[in-house]
Design a protein around this ligand. Structure first.
Ligand code: TNX
Length: 531
């Protein structure tokens, strides 16, 4: 379902925020103990120390206080206020830190347990308030997402609810197992609009996902404006493109920047992917000169893969690739640029090596670090190149050798982490070439024990790709991502010692009321005790 446009939501919360004068102390009876516990969070926190005496109740006088002198912390404070105002109806002003008798939620930089690092946080709940401490704004933001889950599910309601807003008392110390926790969205097979992408980002950020990989080009469509090759979008992304010709559209550079900014505000970094030297029919059917024989192939709207290849021996190919990389790098603040490299079945091994050895330095030339699907490890790339493993097996010699040399790996095994795989044979959407993936299948694996020779040290993180051959709407995206995306998010964040299917499925079931209020069209898996 569509959520209310962000602007409407902003205006609504701004209106609520206007009267800064604080209401008088309400006469509140002793609050009932919350039914939620500190550990009822996805992804599971590293350490929780409950304190039954510490229950905090948000009330109309509660203020949000943020670290002095930090606009980043102040921004996180405002985002938290925007999240909590609609359902509570409280003003929740965002103020500088100050000694005060008022109940407060404090967002502080520094002073946290040393283990929290650059992405983690410490969250303390006493009867007086909540204090989140972190070393970075990203850590504070992660802490606020935990706080959100510690409040009653009705906190997600768009309108004022009459309830007691309790938070269970105690301390959480939390930090991620892996630095990289990603999700991928395929805009090529069916285009998805800025509103759909940003709605997905909002959901991802609740589960501490910190990278969004956008698959921007493929055989069926080219979805990103390139000024030096303008027909890529008007023709390659134009009417009739996409699977069944039903997914036209593209991001202008302004659209892309808006997505990047929306993600950055939620501490998510965008990774653009330009897939090559295969998966390039949209470009080659648009520009005849990108083909060795100078003849443009017809556009393709089927789901076949592995038939297209850029012309490896033609210098024009490298002018094209450099133009694209230069323009994409210029609008991408994040460190990574993904150059695909998968399923290049129409390129010989020798040509593939030639191509990658020319193109990898171009990524570096424009200041980016290259990502490639695991096939790219066949060319023994420099050790700063990241391999994204999408295979279904547990051995891959090229990948193991690369890991031994020092290349980092992002784990996306297609039979575990692919969100476009059907849950079971009856799933209306999705594909099944890799596996049927029920929630437990998505959860019960260990990224550092998946491929022989690719252990904890080699793993940068995990990513859940969502290919869109069968997906058209935001509802479709939500149905495939929920509830498996939170499973992958937990594999990326939580420790192996907390890995427990029974615990996970119970915590997952408790997310359902939140998703219903957010109008997330999730798959009600029979494996999960839904609340
Ligand atoms: C394989 S995984 C592909 C994609 C398809 C996907 C469908 C990978 C690197 N390539 O081109 O969309 O399967 O599940």
């Amino acid at each position: 379902m569509r959520r209310r446009p962000t602007l409407t939501r902003l205006l609504a919360t701004a209106a609520l925020a206007l009267p800064i004068a604080l209401p008088a102390t309400p006469a509140v009876a002793a609050p009932p103990a919350p039914t939620r516990q500190l550990s009822d969070v996805i992804p599971a926190p590293v350490e929780t120390r409950p304190d039954a005496r510490g229950t905090f109740t948000l009330d109309p006088r509660t203020v949000i206080r943020t670290a002095p002198g930090s606009t980043d912390a102040w921004r996180v404070g405002h985002q938290l206020a925007d999240t909590l105002r609609p359902a509570t109806g409280y003003p929740l002003p965002v103020l500088p830190v100050h000694a005060t008798p008022l109940p407060e939620i404090a967002l502080l930089l520094g002073g946290a347990d040393a283990r929290v690092g650059q992405q983690g946080y410490q969250l303390d709940v006493t009867h007086r308030g909540v204090t989140i401490r972190a070393n970075t704004a990203a850590g504070l933001f992660a802490g606020t997402q935990t706080l959100r889950q510690l409040l009653p599910a009705t906190i997600e309601a768009a309108h004022r609810q009459r309830t007691t807003w309790t938070v269970p008392g105690g301390r959480i110390i939390d930090h991620p197992r892996f630095a990289y926790r990603g999700a991928m969205l395929d805009l090529a097979r069916h285009f998805h609009t800025v509103d759909e992408i940003t709605a997905y980002i909002d959901l991802l950020s609740q589960y501490k996902i910190n990278y969004l990989h956008l698959h921007l080009t493929d055989d069926q469509g080219w979805r990103i404006q390139i000024d030096s090759w303008p027909k890529l979008t008007t023709v390659g992304g134009g009417p009739g493109t996409g699977v069944d010709g039903a997914g036209p559209g593209y991001l202008t550079k302004a659209d892309y920047r808006a997505v990047v900014a929306h993600a950055a505000a939620r501490h998510i970094t965008v990774i653009p992917e330009i897939d090559m030297p295969g998966h390039t029919n949209a470009a080659q059917s648009t520009y005849a000169e990108l083909n060795c024989d100078g003849v443009a192939p017809p556009p393709r709207t089927d789901m076949a893969v592995g038939y297209s290849s850029l012309c490896i021996e033609d210098e024009l190919t490298y002018r094209f690739v450099e133009d694209v990389i230069r323009e994409i790098a210029a609008i991408t603040p994040g460190p990574f640029l993904h150059i695909g490299g998968d399923e290049a079945h129409a390129t010989t091994d020798e040509d593939y090596r030639t191509f990658m050895q020319r193109v990898l330095p171009l990524v570096a030339k424009y200041g980016k670090r290259a990502f490639g699907w695991n096939e790219i490890m066949q060319v023994d790339p420099p050790t700063d190149v990241v391999a994204q493993y999408w295979g279904t097996g547990t051995t891959n010699a090229d990948l193991a050798e690369a890991a031994a040399r020092g290349n980092k790996v992002v784990m996306s095994p297609a039979n575990k982490a692919y969100l476009d795989m059907k849950y079971d044979p009856t799933t209306r959407l999705g594909l099944s070439w890799a596996a049927y993936i029920e929630v437990r299948d998505a959860y019960d694996w260990n990224p550092a024990q998946r491929v022989t020779g690719v252990g904890e040290q080699a793993i940068l993180g995990v990513e859940a790709p969502l290919w869109s051959e069968t997906l058209r709407t935001l509802d479709d995206i939500e149905y495939m991502a929920f509830p498996r995306l939170p499973a992958i998010a937990e594999l990326g964040w939580s420790t192996t010692t907390s890995h427990d299917w029974e615990s996970f499925r119970t915590r997952l079931g408790a997310q359902a009321p939140r998703w219903r209020l957010q109008q997330v069209d999730f798959y009600p898996s029979p494996q999960v005790p839904w609340t």
